[in-house]
Design a protein around this ligand. Sequence first.
Ligand SMILES: Nc1nc2c(ncn2[C@@H]2O[C@H](COP(=O)(O)OP(=O)(O)OP(=O)(O)O)[C@@H](O)[C@H]2O)c(=O)[nH]1
Ligand SMILES: [Mg+2]
Length: 210
Amino acid sequence: MDQISAAGVAYNQDLTHKTILVGDSGVGKTSLLVQFDQGKFIPGSFSATVGIGFTNKVLTVDELKVRLQIWDTAGQERFRSVTHAYYRDAQALLLLYDITSRSSFDNTRAWLTEIHEYAQDDVVIMLLGNKSDMASARVIRREEGEKLAREYGVIFLETSAKTGLNVDEAFMTVAKELVRRSVQLPIEPRFHLHDLMEPEKESSGCCGFS
Ligand SMILES: Nc1nc2c(ncn2[C@@H]2O[C@H](COP(=O)(O)OP(=O)(O)OP(=O)(O)O)[C@@H](O)[C@H]2O)c(=O)[nH]1
Ligand SMILES: [Mg+2]
């Protein structure tokens, strides 16, 4: 059912946008989703994701309800073919690297090549430099991330799943871009970070792999 937004555009609020988190193992995909979904960070032991699961969230963009179905994937190489299968009908992809890991940044080019090979041409892509709280261990300068994002024409932010820096902003930016593209808005819709709705946890699923 179309809803007319404050910007005077019609947007179908029943749409659910498949959004996938990708990037090397250990960059913080699961931690970023837990921070966004539950507002918490579980420090310490790292348990690599071995399956794939999703969380549903509803955000408010320009008084419109935007439904994201956010899939967390396993970054380990051995699960890569599984991840490919999820790219096909994704409307948005958040590609993470770890600002303390040169290899995770260098591998983003390979991830972007895979995305262009397996995902839809109009998929929204965000490049996120995660762990920005680890300033003393930083090896990737923000400028390097910005330069790569400009080269590939994707949106860039640095985030911290630990402090929450830019985590809501990252998902709100994706939601705003999805609305803009689905209504071909000539103008940027306003969005209100503060009125991010409480998550309507309609369901979350998982299909772990043994
Ligand atoms: N300081 C800091 N540590 C983080 C941050 N994000 C994740 N971590 C830590 O980094 C490790 C890996 O985080 P995960 O979220 O499990 O990484 P992942 O990308 O899901 O890894 P895979 O599931 O193997 O693909 C964990 O020990 C986290 O606590 C962050 O923003 N800051
Ligand atoms: Mg994980």
